[in-house]
Ligand binder design. Structure first.
Ligand code: SAM
Length: 228
């Protein structure tokens, strides 16, 4: 596969060869050692090329377990964070999933590898346009939306699973309302510096909440997020 990195300048053709596949397998081992257990999630990480989201000069960073700038003041999330949130979503093939914060599109590719039907929304116009034109070239085809994902996508609700990939000040009511019964919402909530990861399951209209570790996301903006 020869692709250009669309996010950063100095694009050069990028391949997915044995070297990159080897680095992905090493990354999978790192994630397993950090506590990711779901083989389906780890297999998805082993499959999705992360280096194509990086400039050639930065390739050595692509398979380190680190977040990385993608321009516009935003980041491609750390692989551990992507795997952690994905594992908590308990994705089943055919699940209708809403992702808030498309960013690079990497997380959406992981969800698609798990057989989900993915609706992804991004607030930054440039990132939205870049991901929308780039992901299909890799063979990944989520439904792309531009706008304030803190309000969800009412016209497409309900969703079996909702993942928020930016730090929220509160759990937006809109997202609870758009979660199907039996559905799961995974969202980091806290202040601008750090957020606790919440998993909220809707069961017979009741909410069952679990709290996990602290993470550090860029802020969720918009009506039910932070003001700029
Ligand atoms: N999931 C992304 C990936 O795989 O690269 C990483 C997401 S990045 C950490 C957070 C993203 O959320 C940024 O692209 C940011 O522009 C976006 N964002 C922030 N507030 C938003 C909102 N209200 N609606 C949609 N996207 C939002």
């Amino acid at each position: 596969m020869a692709k250009k990195c669309p996010f950063l300048p100095k694009n050069e053709m990028l391949e997915d060869n044995y070297k990159q596949r080897g680095l992905r397998n090493k990354l999978v081992k790192i994630l397993r050692n950090k506590g990711i257990k779901d083989d389906r999630v780890l297999n998805a990480v082993a499959k999705v090329p992360r280096h194509v989201f990086f400039d050639n000069a930065l390739l050595e960073h692509a398979y380190q377990d680190k977040a990385f700038p993608i321009g516009e003041g935003q980041t491609i999330s750390q692989p551990y964070t992507v795997a952690f949130q994905t594992e908590k979503l308990e994705i089943k093939p055919g699940d209708k999933v809403l992702e808030i914060g498309t960013g690079s599109g990497y997380q959406a590719c992981i969800l698609l590898e798990l057989g989900a039907k993915v609706y992804t929304i991004e607030y930054n116009k440039k990132l939205f346009e870049t991901a929308k034109s780039f992901l299909p070239k890799l063979g990944y085809k989520p439904y792309f939306f531009y706008g304030d994902g803190s309000k969800g996508i009412p016209a497409k609700a309900p969703f079996d699973k909702i993942i928020v990939t930016a730090g929220a000040p509160v759990v937006p009511d809109a997202l609870i309302n758009q979660l199907a019964d039996g559905g799961i919402l995974v969202i980091p909530v806290g202040n601008r510096e750090k957020q606790v990861m919440l998993k909220i399951r809707k069961k017979n209209g009741q909410l069952v909440k679990e709290e996990f570790d602290y993470f550090s996301f860029v802020p969720l903006l918009g009506e039910q997020g932070w003001n700029k």
